[in-house]
Ligand binder design. Structure first.
Ligand code: SF4
Length: 508
């Protein structure tokens, strides 16, 4: 965690009073209002125009040739402003100013809304935080950007201003296919002209199978934003997304992680919509388990949006949330630096990047892609078929289909696995098994981590009785981490085994 993290959080919650206009960006989709500051080698966006900003204890002091964030009479942090982008002075082939087509976000991100209209904009389906069509009213942008226009904007922003990645967002259309096609066409054109990493944001598609085509077009990372994992908050703030249902989001996230990889898929989680910090952190963990980066931002009431009179959550609440989510990211092995493009790479709308911790050396999570599952099954095969010869050709059986497969990951490599599944006898009874760790990692603690994680996983699924049949030689290991014997030892595949039960109170 960086030293400046709490101050950035305070600024984003309370706002910054400006000595003069000129820092602001208004309208657009997502958390758009505000001005960008540079400090600690990063960019962050702070509210400057919302009504609550007038009460902020923070002001920008530009006297004496330096810029300082000041509280009362005390200078707290020296900052810079990003230089005014030079590509803003250029035009496309038809004479449209490039500034009307795309904007510099953060320090080095080019962002554009390819379709500036949204089928959900008419109330009551409009997302309450959104300002997507506001910028059309002011003539700040055009309703639909063409691939050729964005190819030109990306090239010039890259050449003149050192832009290094691109965010494409969009309003929704009735069927959803049109915006996916437009995103793909724009990504293809940008790749051809500027060769930059591209991130695209869209609603979860109705049908599976869309992600491969997006990847083929050159898109490197995607955002499928649920905004809130709290069903009541989501229904209130984004009724159209609530109506899509969590299952549709989960299917889209899983497909996206399979195609783009863990950490290349994000979902915004907006804090301050009525959820508790704990439920937000739990929701973030659910996303992280799937390989989706939970991009937490404080609510940013955009002037003109339905939430314009609201305030962001307090700095204390945001600090608690960021610390909790940073631990989640560490446990799941996710870090913003892994992300090729997009809001996670830019980070400016939140402060999570400043709270992030180094990913743990060894992390556990569910197998998130077919590649991770294949590696887990290969480790099992090596241990149970090749090394121990417990079974002859394969250790895979019918229980694998209904199992949750958990893996241990060491510096990006899958090194161990265990599976858990619900028994047919009782809804609250689960069984763990096929614990296997690659030979070179057997003294790394991966086995213990996997068993504890299996206990936690089944407990969260509602399990009250967790059983495992373990080889006799492993009984002391299981006893050490809170398991007890049940019944007498018996032979299985000609090897002595013992049925054991976990003490689930030992994991939180
Ligand atoms: S985090 Fe996303 S929306 Fe916010 S400034 Fe960066 S690119 Fe733009």
């Amino acid at each position: 965690m960086l030293q400046v993290a709490p101050l950035i959080t305070e600024l984003q919650s309370l706002g910054l009073r400006l000595p003069r206009a000129g820092l602001r960006r208004q309208g657009g989709a997502g958390p758009a209002e505000g001005g960008t500051l540079l400090a600690a080698g990063r960019a962050f966006n702070v509210p400057t125009a919302s009504p609550f900003v007038t009460d902020s204890p923070f002001s920008l002091d530009d006297s004496g040739g330096e810029l300082w964030v000041r509280r009362g009479g005390t200078r707290l942090l020296q900052v810079d402003l990003p230089p005014r982008p030079r590509f803003y002075h250029e035009r496309d082939q038809q004479g449209t100013p490039l500034r009307q087509l795309a904007l510099l976000h953060g320090a080095d991100c080019l962002a554009t809304t390819v379709l500036q209209t949204c089928v959900y904009w008419p109330e009551p389906t409009r997302c309450r935080f959104c300002g997507i069509e506001l910028s059309l009213r002011g003539g700040q942008t055009t309703d639909r950007k063409t691939p050729e226009q964005l190819a030109r904007a990306a090239l010039r922003a890259h050449e003149l201003d050192g832009v290094r990645h691109v965010v494409l967002t969009t309003g929704a259309t009735r069927e959803g296919r049109e915006e996916l096609r437009l995103l793909a066409d724009c990504a293809r054109a940008i790749k051809r002209s500027a060769g930059l990493p591209v991130h695209a944001q869209f609603c979860p598609p109705r049908e599976p199978g869309a992600m491969a085509a997006l990847q083929d077009s050159g898109i490197d990372a995607v955002g499928i934003h649920i905004e809130s994992m709290d069903p009541a908050a989501l229904k209130w703030v984004a009724p159209a997304k609530a109506a899509m249902g969590l299952k549709r989001f989960q299917a889209a996230w899983q497909e996206a992680v399979e195609v783009f990889g863990p950490g290349q898929v994000e979902s915004f989680l907006i804090a301050g919509l009525g959820e508790s910090p704990e439920s937000l952190i739990t929701g973030a963990d659910m996303l992280a388990e799937l390989g989706v980066y939970p991009f937490v931002v404080p609510l940013r009431p955009i002037p003109g949006s339905l939430l314009q009179a609201d305030r962001p959550p307090s700095p204390e609440v945001m600090d608690r949330i960021y610390r909790g989510v940073a631990r989640v990211l560490q446990r799941r092995g996710l870090h913003s630096s892994q992300c090729a493009a997009g809001c996670v790479r830019c980070g400016a709308c939140g402060a999570l990047w400043a709270y992030e911790l180094e990913p743990a050396e060894m992390v556990c999570h569910r197998a998130r892609t077919s590649g991770e599952l294949a590696r887990a099954l290969a480790i099992r095969h090596q241990v149970f078929v090749r090394e121990q010869g417990i079974v002859k050709r394969t250790d895979q059986d019918q229980e694998d289909r209904r199992s949750i497969h958990l893996v241990a990951e060491h510096q990006g490599e899958i090194v161990g696995t265990v599976r858990v599944f619900q028994t047919r006898e009782g809804r609250n009874q689960w069984v763990g098994g096929r614990l296997a760790v690659a030979r070179e990692h057997r003294s790394s603690g991966a086995g213990q981590l996997l068993v504890r994680y299996a206990m936690l996983t089944v407990k969260r699924e509602g399990c009250t009785r967790f059983l495992a049949t373990v080889q006799q030689k492993n009984v002391p290991f299981f006893q050490y981490i809170g398991w007890r014997k049940e019944g007498e030892p018996f032979d299985l595949h000609d090897w002595p085994h013992q049925l054991m039960v976990a003490d689930l109170d030992r994991v939180e």
